[in-house]
Design a protein around this ligand. Structure first.
Ligand code: ARG
Length: 250
């Protein structure tokens, strides 16, 4: 009897210790920040209020391979980058372009998607034919994004920043601004929803790679993510996600 109760107590202690370590099967949970205003990579599902999209599926598939659980935290784009930079979050996934400037603040996984910037104008506009006609124009983009950085490089263009791309496209359709510069897949989605109001002009004019941002004190997590990402590329999972979220949506 006494021995049995010692065993019971021992099991209870082990149980408490295990659950303190992060729950089921001891898999650690990592905080991954995003900015769920960027369909089809991440957006809030109106019906379920859950964050869904290509990036959410991708980071979960990576976690399943690498042996960690993912807690998605929805913050603004700028605060997501700052939060990964300060290691408040272990990682960030948000269609984040890998840039040399950002590499000073955080680590990046290997690339998982190739993208670039596009100029979008109102359908009835005929004087803007590409980025070369934006001098003297007001151009909207999301604050802190490579789109906003690109507007800043165009001589004579006036940058108007928004917390979300959605607001920039609204202002464009309402005639408040002349153009938007934004990532190609997102932009094609907006054009697809309002083909009578919006159009792209010129070609995709930057070559960018999306990567998963990682706290710069956690090179081990970066390595684990890269291993899992390589598997996901090799076994066709990444292609399936492209089909599901990007090809199917166009
Ligand atoms: N690729 C661009 C960048 O890294 C835009 C990403 C915006 N992502 C988002 N979830 N709002 O700056």
């Amino acid at each position: 009897m006494k021995r049995l109760s010692i065993v019971v107590v021992a099991l209870l202690v082990v149980g408490v210790l295990l659950s303190a370590c992060g729950g089921s099967a001891g898999a650690a949970k990592i905080k991954v920040a995003t900015d769920a205003t960027f369909p089809p990579f991440e957006t809030v599902d109106e019906a379920t209020k859950q964050v869904v999209g290509f990036d959410v599926d991708l980071i979960k598939a990576i976690g399943a391979k690498a042996g960690f659980e993912v807690e998605i935290i929805n913050s603004g784009f700028d605060s997501m980058l700052a939060g990964v930079g300060s290691c408040q979050y272990e990682a960030g996934i948000a269609g984040i372009t890998i840039t040399d400037e950002r590499k000073q603040q955080m680590l990046f996984s290997d690339p998982y998607f190739a993208a670039g910037q596009l100029v979008i104008v109102r359908k009835d506009n005929s004087d803007i034919v590409g980025r070369e006609s934006l001098s003297g124009k007001t151009v909207g983009s999301q604050i802190g994004t490579t789109g906003a950085i690109e507007v800043g490089k165009i001589a004579g263009a006036k940058l108007k920043t928004y917390d979300e791309f959605n607001q920039a496209f609204q202002d464009l359709m309402n005639g408040q601004i002349d153009a938007v510069i934004a990532d190609n897949v997102l932009s094609l989605g907006y054009i697809g929803k309002s083909p009578d109001k919006l159009k792209a002009v010129g070609d995709v004019f930057t070559g960018e790679d999306y990567g998963i941002a990682v706290c710069n004190k956690n090179a081990e997590l970066q390595t684990r993510i890269n291993k899992a990402l390589a598997d996901i590329k090799a076994d066709g999972t990444l292609d399936k996600l492209v089909q599901k979220w990007i090809v199917a949506a166009q």
